[in-house]
Design a protein around this ligand. Sequence first.
Ligand code: ADP
Length: 328
Amino acid sequence: MSKKGRVFSGARPTGRQHLGNYLGAIKNYVALQEDYDCVYCIVDVHALTTVETTENLKQNTMEMALDWLAAGIRPEESILFVQSQVPQVMELHTYLSMVTQLGKLTDLPTFKEKVRQQPDNVNYGLLGYPVLMTADIVLYKTDIVPVGIDQAPHIEFAREIVRSFNFRYNTKVLIEPQVKHTEVPKVLGIDGKEKMSKSLNNHIELAATPEETKKRVLEMVTDPARIKRSDPGNPDVCNVFTMHKIFSPQSDVDMVNVECRRAGIGCVECKTLYARNLNKHLEPFRAKRAELASQPDLVSDVLNDGAKRARAIADKTMAEVREAMQLP
Ligand code: ADP
C-alpha cells in the first residue's frame, strides 16, 4: 500500500443520491482518494434487510454508481464494487457474529428504530446489520470510514467487535477503524427539521433537473418566526442560510446575512438565489453523469473490475483470519 492507509465506506443501493449523502459522505469519499487507498461499496446485501423485492435493486445500484462516479470517484485508482460480488464478507460476518453479544445488538437505537419502522418484517438480517457492516469494514483492513453522523454508533460498535475478536483469538489481524465526518455530518431536509432522507421524502437529488431542484428548494422551510415578508428573519436558525454558506459565493452569503435580518430580502427571493447557486454548482456533476449514463456498459465494467480487485484483498484477509482462528 503506497498511501497513508485504507478507507472503506458503503451505502445501500437507494438509487439517486441526495444532498445529504453528498455533503455527509460522498464529498469525503472523493477527497480521501488523494491520500488513501479507497474502497467504496454498494451494499446490496444490507438492502435485503429492508426491501421485500429485488426488482429495483439493479437499477438503484446503477443510479448510485453513476452518482458516485460523476461526483469524482476515480475507478482507476479506487475500488468501486457491489457487496454481493464479494461473498467472503458473508463468511467473515458469520465468524464475527460469534464474538458479538445478542443483547448489544438488540439494544442498538438503529435496530429499535427499524423495528418501529417495519414491525411486520423484523428479520434476523436486520439484527445482524451492524455485524455485516463490521465484516465489510474489516475485510479490507480499513483505517478510516467516512460516513454521516447517523452511522457513528455503528463504527463504534465495529471497533468493539474487532476488540472482541482479536482478544478471543489472541491476534491483531483485524484493525479498529476510525470514523471520519465531513464539515456537515448532518444535513437537514427541506422540512428544516429532520435529517435529509429519501424515506422522509424531504430530499433534493443531485441528479434532479434544474427545474425540479428549484421547485424543491422553494418548498424549503425557513425561519419559522418569520411569518410575513416584512418580518425580519434570523439566518442563524434557517436551513436555507446553512445551504447558502455551502453553495453560494461569499458575496451572496454576506448579502443574505444582512438583508434577511432587516427584511430587505424575502424568503422566496432568498431561496430562488440559493436554487440558482446550487444548480450552478451541480452543473459539471450533471454533465458528467449524463455522459457516463450514455455508456451503459461502462458502469458494469467498473463494478466488475472493482469486485475482482476487492476479492483479491478479501481472500488475503480471510486466509489470515482463518489462520488466527486455527481453522483448517
Ligand atoms: P445507508 O443507510 O445504507 O448508509 P443512506 O442513504 O442512509 O444509506 O446513507 C449513505 C451515507 O450518507 C451514509 O454515510 C450516511 O451517514 C450519509 N447520509 C445520509 N443522509 C445524510 C444526511 N442527511 N446528512 C449527512 N449524511 C447523511
